[in-house]
Ligand binder design. Structure first.
Ligand SMILES: NC(=O)c1ccc[n+]([C@@H]2O[C@H](COP(=O)([O-])OP(=O)(O)OC[C@H]3O[C@@H](n4cnc5c(N)ncnc54)[C@H](OP(=O)(O)O)[C@@H]3O)[C@@H](O)[C@H]2O)c1
Length: 256
């Protein structure tokens, strides 16, 4: 594990952190001494683990819900973040989901709009709103969650989701160049098939077992497999010369 003071006196925002990959990322930042604004997802009353509640009492974690399907709530969330932190060292844009599997011929405008708003537009909106605070920190980092499906296209019914992740991957590369003069690095973590609620919703046990067998390391990934990649890419002392890159965490599911 990383040094317990790696992120001491560092301000971190992690979205989509009430469960799954984001929750583990928030836990590891807290374990390394950061102050973490934890976007806990949409619900105010989500049951949260004790470590988050304890960190909140200690004023090291700040727990804020918001529904990023709404542009208004996304901006309100950003405004709250700016009242908590006047400078921001790390922004992890991780909130996202597939919503469902939608065949290309029956995809509705509403389904299309929801997928794009959450996975793509909210990342742009949040990044834009928090940029002044990122600029105010010395050597800030943005780490965006994309997906193996950004490269492969994903499986049937996930075209718009996969394309939205590809958008974020390319957006991140462009930002890496644009923000380099500000000392802000921009990178992505690209999970493969990770055992969280995500696949409980969108993939059958049979599909997951078939995937597992196709993975060179012969197992699905976990949130614990993913989280260290975020901390690595966020820490100038570990990855200060890395920007515009995507780190694939997939057990060898995609090697290219
Ligand atoms: N699991 C995988 O295999 C996999 C693979 C590639 C990429 N990813 C990506 O990894 C990220 C985390 O996924 P996960 O596996 O940890 O899934 P998860 O357990 O379902 O967590 C998703 C997080 O995003 C939040 N979220 C969903 N819809 C939202 C909305 N409308 N507004 C605000 N927050 C919302 C969720 O909040 P609620 O609790 O309110 O729903 C939750 O905190 C996502 O971007 C996902 O696309 C996952």
């Amino acid at each position: 594990m990383f040094h317990p003071r790696l992120f001491e006196n560092r301000n971190v925002v992690v979205t989509g952190a009430g469960r799954g990959i984001g929750l583990e990322v928030a836990r590891q930042f807290l374990d390394c001494g950061a102050r973490v604004l934890v976007h806990v997802g949409r619900a105010k009353d989500r049951a949260l683990p004790d470590f988050l509640l304890t960190a909140e009492e200690d004023r090291r974690a700040f727990l804020i819900p918001a529904d990023f399907s709404s542009g208004r709530e996304t901006l309100e969330f950003a405004a709250k973040a700016l009242t908590v932190f006047d400078s921001l060292h790390v922004l992890v844009n991780n909130a996202g989901t597939m919503f469902g599997r939608f065949p290309a011929d029956t995809l509705t405008d509403e389904q299309y709009g929801s997928i794009v708003q959450l996975n793509q537009t909210s990342v742009v909106e949040l990044t834009r709103a928090l940029l002044p605070a990122l600029r105010a920190a010395q050597g800030a980092a943005i780490v965006n969650t994309v997906s193996i499906s950004a490269l492969t296209g994903g499986s049937p019914g996930s075209a718009i989701y996969s394309a939205s992740k590809a958008f974020v991957a390319t957006y991140s590369k462009a930002l890496a160049r644009e923000l380099a003069p500000d000392g802000i690095r921009v990178n992505c973590v690209s999970p493969g098939t990770i055992e969280t609620d995500f696949h409980q919703r969108y993939s059958s046990p049979e599909k997951l077992e078939q995937t597992r067998k196709s993975i060179p390391l012969q197992r699905l990934g976990t949130a614990e497999d993913c989280a260290p990649a975020y901390l690595f890419l966020a820490a100038p002392s570990l990855s200060g010369y890395v920007t515009g890159q995507t780190l694939e965490i997939n057990g060898g599911q995609l090697i290219c």
